[in-house]
Design a protein around this ligand. Structure first.
Ligand SMILES: Nc1ncnc2c1ncn2[C@@H]1O[C@H](COP(=O)(O)OP(=O)(O)O)[C@@H](O)[C@H]1O
Ligand SMILES: [Mg+2]
Length: 232
């Protein structure tokens, strides 16, 4: 279908071998349209991060296919997958994952430098995103000089600065207090509306999931699409 931006077919992912073998994804299929916000809800250990990592190309499935914007990630070499991720995907982690020795601005600028933007383009785009997340006055601080909420704002700026069409967020509010978490979620959603990008939110919070266009749950290695209200 023309509008299908992400197509995941029959993913299987096992960890470990022999008695320690664990099947985490047991045939997961999914399609996401351009511009949609999808929430993936599931209990801790249900395989949410595993699925997100496979979709982003950080991890590889044992079998199955992941197509993003017409590119079959499972057919690429590791190097090609790294380049694809750097150019076309934004990733936001629960624990921010900022580089501790770089300032807020430098953390945001890095992906542009790696993608070969000129110093002027890098500065302009970085300044724009730093302003968009409200961190003009913190931009020269190191991560450990900022609060959790501020660090997650830097992480959002970093994830969006190269205008990726797909943004993946793994428990982005999971390590923040409720008020900062709500603000971060609203901020990300506003920026996604402006960019027209597709957002895949992993969360264990039903309140967060309810802000999405569609809710999926991951249970016993299978993905289930939820219609309307359901018990959780
Ligand atoms: N690299 C790995 N090696 C071995 N087991 C893993 C690895 N990554 C995840 N797992 C296991 O897979 C299961 C699902 O993990 P994860 O995807 O992180 O769940 P969630 O994000 O839903 O909490 C867990 O039991 C976890 O221990
Ligand atoms: Mg996880």
């Amino acid at each position: 279908m023309e509008n299908e931006f992400v197509q995941v077919s029959n993913l299987h992912r096992n960890f470990g071998e022999g008695d320690a073998s664990q099947s985490v994804l047991l045939g997961v299929s999914l399609s996401i349209n351009k511009g949609e916000t999808i929430a993936l809800l599931g209990r801790s250990g249900s395989g949410k991060s595993t699925l997100l990592n496979v979709i982003s190309g950080i991890d590889q499935a044992d079998t199955g296919v992941v197509v993003v914007d017409g590119i079959d990630l499972t057919a690429l070499s590791e190097h090609e997958r790294t380049l694809f991720r750097r150019r076309h995907i934004g990733f936001i982690y629960q624990f921010f994952n900022l580089i501790p020795t770089l300032t807020a601005s430098e953390n945001v600028a890095l992906v542009l430098e790696l993608n070969g933007y000129t110093p002027t383009q890098t500065r302009e785009k970085t300044d724009h995103l730093i302003r968009a997340v409200g961190l003009e006055n913190q931009k020269n601080k190191l991560p450990d000089q900022m609060s959790g909420g501020e660090q997650q704002r830097v992480a959002i700026a970093r994830a969006l600065v190269h205008s990726p069409k797909l943004v993946l967020a793994d428990e982005l509010t999971g390590n923040l207090d409720a008020e900062s978490g709500q603000k971060i979620l609203t901020l990300l959603q506003q920026l996604m509306v402006e960019s027209g990008g597709t957002l895949f939110l992993v969360t264990h919070s039903l309140a967060v999931a309810k802000t999405a266009d569609r809710i999926l749950t991951l249970e016993d290695g299978l993905l289930i699409e939820r219609e309307g209200h359901f018990a959780w």
